[in-house]
Design a protein around this ligand. Structure first.
Ligand SMILES: [Zn+2]
Length: 91
């Protein structure tokens, strides 16, 4: 009977706790102006895709809109030249 309101309170608390953990990440490429975005730089681009090869959204990577566009374009280019995978079959 009193299970539902209890559940609600818990979820509300966890919501606030999770909110407090979220901190604004600065764009890596804005912070370091000399860091180039290169479609051949797989080590760098790997940070911006999931293990299945999907491009991660800006709200997770913390990139600014300008650099996220550059990253997405670089990943797509490296997919075309078969450096990066479109998807991963093992997982
Ligand atoms: Zn940026």
């Amino acid at each position: 009977m009193d299970r539902a309101p209890h559940k609600y309170i818990v979820s509300k608390q966890t919501f606030f706790i999770r909110r407090s953990y979220i901190r604004k990440k600065a764009c890596r490429f804005c912070a370091d102006r000399n860091l180039p975005i290169d479609y051949k730089d797989v080590k760098l681009l790997r940070n911006f895709v999931t293990e299945r090869g999907k491009i991660m959204p800006r709200r997770i990577t913390g990139n600014c809109a300008y650099h996220q566009r550059r990253i997405a374009k670089a990943i797509k280019m490296s997919r075309i030249v078969a450096i990066m995978p479109y998807t991963s079959i093992n997982v």
